[in-house]
Design a protein around this ligand. Sequence first.
Ligand code: SF4
Length: 374
Amino acid sequence: MTKRNPTRAIRIGRTHIGGGHPIAIQSMCATHTSDVDETLIQCEQLREAGADVVRVAVDNQKDVDGLAALRKLTKANLVVDIQENFPLVEKVAPHVDKIRYNPGHLHHLQKDRPIADKVGWIARVAKENGCAIRIGVNCGSVAPEFLEKYPDQQDAIVESALFHCDILDRIGFTEYCVSLKDSDPAKVVEVNKRFAAKRPDVPLHLGVTEAGLPPDGVIKTRIAFEQLITQGIGDTIRVSLTVPNEAKSAEIAAGRQILDDIEHGRFRSVPDFGKGLNIISCPSCSRVENEAFVNLAMQVKEITAYAKEHKITIAVMGCRVNGPGETDDADLGLWCGPSTVNLKRKAVVIGTYGYDAVLARLRENLDQLIGGRS
Ligand code: SF4
């Protein structure tokens, strides 16, 4: 096995990442945390499948109450993503082992408060509660000031992460790791390499976001992980797959398989996703607007298979929170509402259709796109 980067070890509940510890595997419950019974079942399924860290979603006070109850019932190392609502940290930190914040979401609330001040406060709360932090930078939501300053999106992603590391370093908070994610494995490789070259001491959480349905989602993730982990980069991983709720442990199984293959030198010859049709889809979570989302993603894959030779990206997202933004860069994008699906061409909205009707409109637009290029 390749020598790993000399990252410092950080503690996440009962486990450690970095500092030579085995690469940890993470997954996420797709349940509403307010439903303690369902969340506990999924949490334990993931833990039994080998998840070292389990993420749960918290969107409101009922979820906070559910989290407090869950904490007493499971030994899983829990993490919450505070999304756009950073003041939530105060409520969730007593019940979790790690907090994830996205630097690109901190500007939404308390707009006049300096970012460094917000981060300092998050770190203080985390420290008081023995929590680690993940600075999670994401291609679809890079902080606007970095996108303005760095026209190259990859520079913006890396510089944003470095800036936040610097804030935490200056206040002496060391229990943090970083993730730099994109739906394109080549970009994931590039930004993680650039970051690791500048901060080899910071533990990295690896992942290809919106990797999509298996087997493509696993293959895309494998492409990135093989190239990074063989160069000593990566201390914890998540394989994000669009799978039904009851099959979430497939993410853990895929992660274990990839790590085992890399450790034993079994590298796979993989297709170049930059050349043909590329379908990206989110793994779905408690925010998903309609349970039909996973089925929709499968149908999109099925009815567009005829276009596999065309270099076209189709994005399928499960909710209104991330859907509108994360479909902007795709040639064709679909994001779900409770009973309708919004169809887009790049950032332009084509229309809103029922779950069944949208497929015919997608097909029409795909044909037009292909016709316009030929
Ligand atoms: S796009 Fe929405 S539903 Fe899908 S994983 Fe992200 S937050 Fe969850």
